[in-house]
Design a protein around this ligand. Structure first.
Ligand SMILES: CC(C)(COP(=O)(O)OP(=O)(O)OC[C@H]1O[C@@H](n2cnc3c(N)ncnc32)[C@H](O)[C@@H]1OP(=O)(O)O)[C@@H](O)C(=O)NCCC(=O)NCCS
Length: 192
């Protein structure tokens, strides 16, 4: 088995959309979901200072994207999409999550911390330390940009136990409704 961690390329999007959908079932949003989620992966990459994928035997099986500073203005894009497509539940849910994250960030001092923007490993290869490799890579990328740690927005639909296992500390939490179901959104910090 050969694992390579390399820079993201636009042609990785297809494999990543499949991985994201296996986890979070975006297809339940109905027709057009693939296009929307593809655009969202690209938006996460654009928001990030560095994006690395994990390739196992030539197949993309995960991604980590990070940025050294938070730019709250990013939400303007999601707000714009919500206004343009008021009936689109995907954009509505993304706005709910973005606003929950902004609220949690505003309540905490995140000075010196970068941000884990997106982290996922395919369900087919979990438990093989690929997530840990991507986290190490993310930490190195942020440390090289002068960060002393990272903050992570996650929730009860994610594997936040992984971050706790690596030593992350929960800073706050807030309740939301996403895909019609209640979830708790968390903010964590992990110091290097
Ligand atoms: C989080 C995620 C990336 C971890 O990837 P992974 O490759 O399966 O994780 P690893 O094999 O590298 O695990 C690293 C360590 O964390 C531990 N770990 C993983 N999940 C854990 C959990 N829920 N509770 C406690 N420890 C956990 C592993 O046992 C391993 O321990 P060790 O290194 O001491 O042996 C993966 O579970 C995932 O993609 N989940 C869905 C998406 C998600 O939740 N993303 C995160 C934020 S939104």
């Amino acid at each position: 088995m050969s694992l390579v961690i390399r820079d993201f390329r636009p042609d990785d999007v297809g494999a990543l959309v499949e991985t994201l959908n296996d986890e979070w079932h975006f297809d339940l949003y109905g027709e057009g979901w693939e296009e929307v989620v593809s655009e969202y992966v690209l938006e996460y990459v654009r928001r990030s200072d560095a994006s690395r994928v994990a390739e196992l035997d030539g197949t993309v099986v995960g991604i980590a994207t990070v940025r050294a500073e938070v730019h709250e203005g990013d939400m303007a894009k999601v707000d714009e999409l919500c206004e343009k497509y008021p009936d689109n539940p995907y954009y509505r849910d993304q706005r709910t999550l973005d606003h929950a994250d902004a609220m949690l960030r505003s309540e905490n001092d995140l000075t010196g911390l970068g941000e884990m923007v997106l982290l996922i490993v395919s369900g087919r290869v979990r438990g093989a330390h690929i997530g840990r490799r991507l986290m190490d890579e993310a930490s190195s990328l942020l440390a090289a940009r002068g960060c002393t740690g990272m903050h992570i927005a996650t929730d009860t639909e994610c594997n936040y136990g992984f971050y706790e296992h690596l030593g992350a500390r929960r800073l706050g939490e807030t309740e939301c409704v996403v895909q019609g179901k209640p979830l708790v959104r968390y903010l964590y910090r992990l110091d290097f």
